[in-house]
Design a protein around this ligand. Structure first.
Ligand code: GLA
Length: 700
């Protein structure tokens, strides 16, 4: 083992000015790529919590389970640096050496995710302030303000020291910047954040008049005369200015991205290895616009936990995986964390059912993951995550869970040949964090529906039908998709809206659902009837939103059931497919279709509009009809309970069948089944709860 000596420079680092949004620090083509032989299998490892004898046992067991990628030093700051600033790498050196000797590759944390108490005691201005103006204190984690220059200085000192020491170590395969940036501290309202927000606004708007226009401050006497009057959107007596709230989200996402850039730059000066950070593409966490983050990652990594507060957690897993692949531009990505069993942070933390660990893990691989990693290696004895599952449970290795982990390691190894293969999709779903921020505002037509409810409903229907879906940003290149869906896309810029018009003009079909295309990027309503951005494309005009109270049924003339929302809609240039039979929009169109041919545009696709929230089965019928008309190819045998997806390298294809159901399912198949290692010639049975991956030669 060779470790270079530390040459830490203790100079004070000043904050670099924020680069323009979406600037690429390093051109994509010259970025180092994460390279690994096959699909990585690994975990977070927190050796700080264990003694030396346990480290040796851990490495032995990691080999037994087939673990080959381990994240260390994620929460290492307090263990590495003393209050006098001196670094002591003795323990980390030993852990790195043990892993290296065992042939296990390292995903090295910069260690900056949680400052040690001595630092925040010395510099309390590092601590974040929440919207009611109160400080959040140490004792948990991530107690730092993203705009704090003192935190940045101290964090970069640590990053430089770690990168100096391990930047060229042969065991290190990947850099892991901080941890889940913005998980707890994304929105800070301290004095330093307020100043940084003003600077950001000046760069964005140039003049105070332009800012007043953007935020619509003529309303409620909110007009500003000087930049120093502007605050972050702290708690107010009434609802807050939505333009101010939206820009604060944009600013906050960019501040943390700037922090990522600063750490990555410090590493890059000392190491040629790929750098990433673990995203949180999952329900309920929405503070970062990952579309602007993604181009700056050398490889996309995501953390995903099943959320049992949702109606259909495993469909959300599929959505999150497809969205993560979208962030990766279709390339393989890394599942950096998920769980072997329960988490510790939901109201009720469900254990996984037998076989669910394999099903969840391979559902991610089926959708493009080239790594299956977990939080964490060994369940903690103390601390607030002691009842979070791990690869080694409190019960030890004489446990069902450990045996499942070892079996999973074997199966992930058997799938190595899939690494690098891509997923192909006929359908694009437009998704936007900016629209999410604006749509789920304090004041809106109904609080009974959130943005993700519409996204999940549409995605869920496509998923259950067996359609392969790419989740893409508005404004993405839509060439080649047969169908583009825009669920509840409230905010869209003119330029991004035009991409959908262009896609339909060149043959893609579109399905747009209610509360889409309502405002521009400043949250300014598009006049003349909704959905202003796509009125002509869809041939409809909504005069008024007419949501209904939860529990009030809505029926369509076809007999379809709906709830929560109706549009007072007229079809200006579209065929009425279905009408409201009752409710506040009774007699008006509910589903419309502007046929491409009828619109006088030969070769154009059909543009559908849905003005209500259909119940699951009726939505499935409608989406099925739209998708069939668009020529979308469904995977045979797919259903709500059976996920069928395909990855291909251009020559070979691998068909993944994840059977979540209670019954065995049978498929036509020819090739080699990798989970069981058997040849398949004609039919394959996938027993209830099991997963099969069939390599289909020549079927790409
Ligand atoms: C996140 C964090 C981990 C751990 C897990 C628990 O993913 O990155 O440190 O807290 O959640 O689920």
């Amino acid at each position: 083992m060779t470790i270079t000596g530390s040459t830490v420079d203790h100079h004070a680092t000043t904050l670099a000015p924020t680069p323009p949004p979406q600037a690429e620090a390093v051109p994509a083509a010259s970025r180092p790529r994460f390279q690994h032989a096959g699909i990585a299998f690994g975990c977070d490892y927190n050796p700080e919590q264990w003694d030396r004898a346990t480290w040796r046992e851990d490495v032995r067991l990691m080999r037994e389970a087939g673990v080959d990628l381990v994240a260390v030093n994620v929460f290492g700051w307090a263990a590495l640096q003393a209050p006098d600033g001196a670094f002591d790498f003795t323990d980390l050196d030993e852990v790195v050496g043990l892993l290296h000797d065992a042939g296990i590759r390292i995903n090295l944390g910069t260690g900056t995710s949680s400052p040690p108490p001595w630092l925040t005691t010395r510099h309390p201005d590092i601590l974040p302030v929440v919207e009611d103006g109160t400080t959040r204190y140490p004792g948990g984690r991530q107690a730092w303000c993203p705009s704090s220059s003192e935190f940045r200085r101290a964090a970069l000192e640590l990053v430089e020291a770690v990168a100096e020491r391990y930047g060229r170590h042969p065991a290190v395969a990947l850099w892991h910047v901080s941890n889940e940036l913005g998980c707890h501290n994304a929105l800070c309202h301290c004095t330093e954040s307020t100043r940084a927000f003003r600077r950001w606004l000046r760069t964005r708007y140039g003049t105070i008049d332009e800012l007043n226009r953007a935020w619509g401050t003529s309303f409620w006497s909110q007009r500003y005369t000087d930049w120093d009057e502007i605050l972050t959107p702290k708690l107010t007596l009434s609802s807050r200015n939505p333009g101010q709230v939206l820009d604060f989200h944009r600013f906050s996402s960019e501040q943390l991205l700037d922090h990522y850039r600063a750490e990555a730059d410090a590493i890059r000066r000392r190491s040629d290895l790929p750098i990433t950070t673990n995203f949180m593409v999952t329900a309920h966490i929405r503070n970062l616009d990952y579309w602007s983050w993604a181009p700056e990652m050398d490889v996309i990594a995501n953390d995903h936990y099943l959320d049992h507060r949702l109606g259909e957690p495993r469909t959300e897993l599929a959505f999150a995986a497809d969205l993560t692949r979208g962030l990766a531009g279709g390339e393989p990505w890394l599942l950096m964390e998920h769980s072997t069993g329960s988490v510790n942070w939901q109201p009720v933390n469900l254990a996984k059912e037998p076989g669910q660990l394999l099903r969840n893990s391979l559902a991610h691989v089926a959708r493009g993951a080239d790594a299956v990693c977990f939080f964490q290696w060994r369940a903690s004895l103390q601390g607030s995550e002691k009842f979070h599952s791990a690869l080694v449970p409190h019960a030890g290795t004489d446990s069902e869970l450990w045996r499942e982990v070892v079996e999973l390691g074997r199966i992930v190894g058997a799938l190595d040949e899939v690494a690098g293969a891509r997923v192909q999709a006929d359908v694009a779903l437009l998704f936007s964090w900016e629209s999410w921020w604006a749509s789920d505002a304090e004041t809106r037509p109904t609080h009974a529906i959130e943005y993700l409810d519409q996204v999940h409903a549409l995605y869920g229907a496509l998923h259950d039908l067996g359609a392969s879906v790419d989740v893409v940003r508005p404004g993405a290149d839509l060439t080649g998709y047969r169908l583009v869906v825009a669920p509840g896309l409230y905010l869209v810029s003119d330029a991004d809206a035009a991409r959908l018009d262009e896609a339909v003009a060149s043959g893609a079909h579109a399905l747009v659902t209610f509360y889409s295309g309502i405002v521009d990027e400043q949250d300014r309503v598009r006049m003349g009837g909704y959905p202003g951005a796509w009125r002509d494309l869809l041939g409809v005009r909504v005069e008024e939103f007419a949501p209904v109270l939860p529990g009030t049924p809505i029926t369509l003339e076809s007999g379809a059931s709906a709830s929560l929302w109706s549009d007072r809609l007229e079809a200006t240039d579209a065929e009425v497919v279905d009408r409201f039979a009752d409710g506040p929009a009774a007699g008006r169109p509910a589903v419309t279709r502007r046929a491409g041919a009828a619109a006088g545009a030969p070769g154009a696709g059909d543009a559908w509009y849905l003005g209500t929230l259909l119940e699951r089965d009726d939505l499935l019928d409608l989406v099925g009809r739209v998708a069939e008309g668009a020529g979308v190819v469904f995977e045979p045998g797919a259903s709500a309970d059976v996920e069928v997806t395909r990855r291909t390298d251009g020559e070979r294809a691998w068909r993944f069948v994840v059977n979540h159901g209670a019954d065995a399912v049978e498929f036509d198949a020819h090739g080699i089944e990798l989970v069981t290692g058997t040849a398949v010639g004609g039919r394959i049975v996938v027993p209830a709860g099991e997963v099969r991956v069939i390599r289909e030669e020549g079927a790409a």
